[in-house]
Design a protein around this ligand. Sequence first.
Ligand code: ATP
Ligand code: ZN
Length: 285
Amino acid sequence: MTRLRIAIQKSGRLHEQSLQLLKESGLHFNNGKDQLKTQAVNFPAELLFLRDDDIPQYIEDCVADAGILGENVVLEKQKRNEIVLRLGFAKCRLSIAVPKSEKYTDKKWLQGKNIATSYPNLVKTFLKRNNIEAGIHEISGSVEIAPGIGLADAICDIVSSGSTLLSNGLKEVEIVVQSEAVLAAGASLETEKKVLLQELLFRINAVQAAQNNKYILMNCPNEAIEKITSVIPGMKSPTVMPLTKPGWSSLHSVVNESDFWKKINLLKAFGAEGILVIPIEKMIA
Ligand code: ATP
Ligand code: ZN
């Protein structure tokens, strides 16, 4: 039987959310990450637990068909991987940081300097794009201590809040690339695997859509129905049911998370009452 082999991080920042996303997409697994691999019990898929840095090579070598990993790693490794979906978690950026005491005004400061990083390819591309020549000192971890111990003038590393930089006496000066977790896949999957990947994508899309939307119910005066419909049209149009109280209806629709509070205020202004907001588990248009 053909199974889609999906690589996820064995342990680390991406592990939990990768597993959770697959579970929410209806893939159930028996064994935990103590194994090297495990099979889904209700979908033709197999999970491989790997170091995130190794996933692009496994995908290129067709040992894995797809993987969940940081975009930063996909871009750095430059293997035959295609990003098929952005997943919206593990958002971070790869940035250049210099000692706080430096008077950094623009990228020219980097000319002739030494930059320590675990992302030599991305740094090389960044320097080339900006016509800067600088040395790259590749190290695999604890990059942020490099300037303090005299190993480099600057660093290029993953930043999310910036607190690690601050505690090492550094300041962020340039963003090299923005990143989030992505689903990557092999560039030339066989047809049967492509079909399985499409099925997985369909399910992940349904989960993501559900996470971005809420089911909303409210009571409203009948004369407000039209105005409310224009604000929350829902997936096709709202459901309207009469209340036993004359002149009033119950209206059900779907509302997007992003402008939720703005819309709630409008609904209230239109006379809506008793507004209930309920999470959606899956959403299929
Ligand atoms: P491994 O043992 O698998 O090699 P690692 O130490 O290289 O793990 P993690 O620190 O777990 O990797 O980070 C995995 C990914 O999570 C990174 O490649 C990046 O995409 C993302 N990431 C890293 N740091 C942060 C952060 N501070 N905030 C958000 N996302 C981050
Ligand atoms: Zn890693």
